[in-house]
Design a protein around this ligand. Structure first.
Ligand code: ADE
Length: 245
């Protein structure tokens, strides 16, 4: 997958893509991250990319022309169509179904804002969708872009060593939080591993993991249960939790 990022700090975003699973995906040729800096397309001695907001108020707004030139250069670098995704706190909240959809695209095209944001005319003319990584304000879209790239990269075929592990992630298979995990030693001053995990009974282990996932989701994120994929046994287990059994 080709990823293009329009940002005043393209090296930051590319740097984030240099480690762990994403770095390996890049090394394996599954992903390339290309930065486009609007400052390289700005005019004048100062290569200005921002200015004060009309109407007054604090902060600066990113100007249309340097951004538009960077977006056009990125589009021209590859003929494959690319929907431009603007990262901002005003966007639709990112979730795993959205990550899966983004991961299935041939190209990912991200626009990072800085300062108070981007001139709204540029957003209307060029942006296809707006995404937020959460209800808090970052000082720019770069960290959000790095989050999107990480989430998308690990879903690329061949990025993870164990093909199973993406399917078992929180949210991925059925919209539930993940169950707890344990490794050696089985006995430790911080506690013992639950017996069932040492039993070798895989049906029991699966059942225990499923119930732990349901329990955690019920305790921590009950609203997720409304959209989760549940079977009759899950519903019975949840009914038991609700009844305080
Ligand atoms: N830019 C600033 N804050 C952001 C957020 N919460 N999500 C995406 N982009 C942002």
């Amino acid at each position: 997958m080709r990823v293009d990022v329009v940002s005043l700090f393209p090296d930051f975003v590319a740097g984030c893509a240099g480690f762990g699973v994403v770095g390996r995906a890049v090394e394996r040729g599954l992903l390339s991250v290309n930065g486009w800096n609007p400052r390289d397309y700005a005019e004048g001695n100062y290569r200005r990319v921002d200015d004060r907001p009309f109407g007054g108020g604090p902060g600066m707004v990113m100007m249309i022309d340097p951004l538009r030139a960077a977006i056009r250069a990125a589009r021209a670098a590859d003929p494959a169509p690319a929907r431009l995704v603007y990262l901002s706190p005003q966007g639709r909240p990112l979730d795993q179904p959205t990550v899966r959809e983004l991961a299935s695209r041939e190209r990912l095209f991200l626009l990072c804002g800085r300062y108070e944001g981007v001139d709204e005319r540029l957003v209307r003319a060029e942006v296809d969708e707006e995404l937020s990584i959460g209800d808090y304000v970052l000082s720019g879209g770069e960290l959000a872009a790095a989050v999107v790239i990480d989430a998308v990269a690990r879903l690329q075929e061949g990025a993870l060593n164990d093909a199973e592990s993406a399917a078992q992630d929180s949210f991925d298979a059925d919209g539930l939080l993940d169950c707890p995990h344990y490794t050696k030693p089985a006995s430790h001053e911080l506690g013992d591993v639950p017996d069932v995990l040492l039993s070798g009974n895989h049906a029991e282990i699966d059942r225990w993991r499923r119930q732990q996932a349901l329990l955690r989701t019920w305790q921590r994120r009950p609203e997720l249960l409304e959209k989760a994929t549940l079977d009759d046994a899950d519903r019975r287990f949840l009914a038991g939790l609700q009844a305080g059994v």
